[in-house]
Design a protein around this ligand. Structure first.
Ligand code: DGT
Ligand code: CA
Ligand code: CA
Ligand code: ZN
Length: 577
């Protein structure tokens, strides 16, 4: 399917238009079309072949023409023109938080800066001050932004890495010589970013597995091709390591190569105290050198006197002690989730109508969902005004009348304004079943002001959930300056839930903060923030964060039944605090 290529192309056009300070609504039209392309279940070429492009929401004659041009020629002339007007390095600079389209343009035109590398040099030399709008503080922010940007290039977000690893697993699983296969390393532990992919195979015919691995279609370069270990660089820009071991060692090797290194150190210490030695070949009695375990991970942990430790919490965060005392929590699983509480529809910047999205959510087996389109301040995201909110609520009520066994909550992702007040008056908020509040603007505030801003919003008596609480975008934007502990304390006092936003570019709250929220007894909503149906799949990343945070089903708001959830939503507004 070429849908993703067309989405990338539209996004690139939008980037250029932003640098050229074109009409923001035109920019948005391209962004939205890109999102629609990503969300399209059908192959766009098939849609074009039957002349149906313009029936896709948000695709008018102009965009349909560009899609056709791309399908026919593999390129779009308009984009070609844009590329000659502005160097690609300038677009790249725009992706750095603290630069943005206006500054990128200015830097290019006034100082000839046309790459991130050049920008970094100049900022370090304080050579940017003097360009209109750039002060010492701006340079500092740019350098910070570059650091985040670079880290984003060194480690791949889980949302990109995991599907790559799974595709390799699927390809090798099918081989005759593969006895057992598993992901290992950070991608198995579901860390939010991954340096390289680790995959482990048990096989009695390792050479064949290795041959197949280095010959995978997306291998760009073979770094090493050995009998037990091979490494390749994938076209997608990440390295993958494959190790092949004998079946009787598989569990020990899997335990070893899953890590984390710190977890393994703890495990080995504990084993040593029992006269056992653990390595990637097995667990051995130190005196007799006899192997006491090795074929399965369960067996390895059991031999050391430990309950099986789920990979997500193998981070030396107290899991070894808990496993020894048999008090590991029953971590929440994807199957526990009964609904999705942050979703966008055509009421703002989502790709589908409420009813179409509801059909997609239902198909996941969920029992409820909340529509949480943007509020009016979010103009570029097509936020709803008061009239539209009222219409949206009416649409939801009418839908629920017709629907059986599935409930839609009329919600809103309400912008938290700079002073901490909310983007809608109380009369509107009170009509909504679910009010989620988030920050989408004015990120640069002092720590005190930002903390006060969020705390004020969280204290509002009509609010239910604080959305993406830290605002970070992985590899793109650092969290805003705010004292998260104070924010969580306010949520606890106010009886407000916090979100684990499952979008792989956010994962916000992260594992550390979510664990703190759980310890404080704050309910946590795991939501996808989907703008199109395929993004409903993000739930698994949110659940992974929750598991890494030691959450059980009862810590998570959207594991509750529709009825219990409604009761919780109501009590938040009626209970005196
Ligand atoms: P990353 O950086 O995202 O790739 O994280 P990991 O955990 O996948 O790290 P990686 O790929 O370097 O190694 C995979 C696992 O192998 C690691 O989690 C534990 C194990 N391992 C690798 N090197 C060592 C080592 O020197 N000592 C110990 N104890 N374990 C190691
Ligand atoms: Ca790794
Ligand atoms: Ca590795
Ligand atoms: Zn948001």
């Amino acid at each position: 399917m070429r849908n993703a290529e067309i989405a990338a192309l539209f996004n690139e056009i939008a980037d250029f238009l932003e640098i050229k300070s074109e009409n923001p609504f035109r920019v948005r039209a391209y962004r939205r079309a890109a999102q629609t392309m990503e969300g399209l279940a059908e192959d766009v070429a098939a849609v074009a072949a039957r002349g149906g492009l313009q029936e896709i929401p948000g695709i008018g004659r102009d965009l349909a023409g560009k899609i056709q041009e791309y399908l026919a020629h593999g390129a779009v002339a308009y984009l070609g023109e844009l590329r000659t007007e502005i160097p690609p390095g300038v677009v790249e600079m725009m992706g750095i938080h603290g630069v943005g389209p206006k500054t990128a343009k200015l830097l290019y035109e006034r100082a000839g800066v046309d790459s991130v590398e050049r920008l970094e040099e100049l900022a370090q030399a304080h050579a940017l001050v003097g360009i209109p709008g750039i002060q010492a503080k701006t340079e500092e922010n740019i350098l910070k932004g570059i650091a985040v940007w670079k880290s984003g290039r060194e480690r791949m977000p889980l949302g990109a890495a995991l599907p790559l690893a799974e595709a390799i697993r699927t390809a090798l699983e099918a081989l005759e010589g593969t006895d057992r296969i598993s992901l290992a390393g950070s991608v198995r532990r579901m860390r939010e970013t991954v340096k390289d992919l680790d995959i482990l195979v048990a096989s009695t015919r390792p050479a064949r597995v290795m041959e197949a691995f280095v010959a995978l279609p997306n291998v760009a370069e073979v770094i090493a091709h050995g009998e037990t270990k091979s490494s390749v660089r994938l076209r997608e820009g990440i390295q993958a390591d494959l190790r092949v071991v004998a079946p009787e060692c598989f569990g020990a090797a899997l335990q070893y190569f899953t890590g984390s290194k710190q977890h393994n150190i703890r495990v080995r210490e504990l084993a040593q105290r029992q006269g056992l030695k653990v390595n990637e070949y097995g667990v051995f009695d130190e005196k007799t050198n006899r192997r006491v375990a090795g074929a399965t991970e369960e067996e390895v942990y059991r031999a050391i006197g430990l309950a099986f430790v789920p990979p997500e919490i193998r981070e030396d965060g107290g899991e070894v002690e808990a496993a020894r005392e048999n008090r590991l929590p029953a971590l929440v699983v994807l199957d526990d989730i009964r609904g999705d509480l942050q979703l966008h529809t055509t009421w703002s910047d989502g790709a589908h109508s409420m009813a179409d999205l509801a059909a997609g959510v239902r198909a996941k087996g969920y029992r409820y969902m909340a529509v949480t389109d943007h509020s009016k301040s979010a103009t570029v995201a097509g936020g709803m005004d008061e009239t539209q909110v009222v219409q949206m609520i009416a649409e939801v009520r009418a839908y629920n009348q017709r629907s059986k066994g599935f409930r839609v909550l009329a919600g809103c992702e309400v912008d938290i304004r700079a002073d901490g007040s909310l983007d809608f008056p109380d009369e509107i908020l009170a009509q909504l079943d679910l009010v989620q509040v988030s920050i989408h603007s004015r990120f640069k505030m002092s720590r005190d002001d930002m903390t006060r801003r969020i705390v004020r919003a969280v204290r509002h008596p009509l609010v239910h959930i604080l959305g993406h609480p830290t605002g970070r975008l992985i590899g793109e934007r650092a969290p805003y300056e705010a004292d998260i502990e104070t924010v969580l304390q306010a949520a606890k006092t106010g009886g407000v839930a916090v979100e684990i936003n499952a979008s792989p570019s956010r994962l916000d709250l992260n594992d550390v903060h979510a664990r703190r929220a759980k310890d404080l007894g704050i309910p946590i909503a795991i939501s996808t923030d989907a703008h199109a149906i395929p993004q409903l799949e993000y739930m698994r990343y949110g659940v992974a964060v929750a598991r890494r945070a030691w959450l059980t089903a009862s810590d998570v708001l959207n594991t509750r039944s529709a009825q219990a959830l409604s009761a919780w939503l109501k009590q938040r507004r009626t209970q005196r605090r």
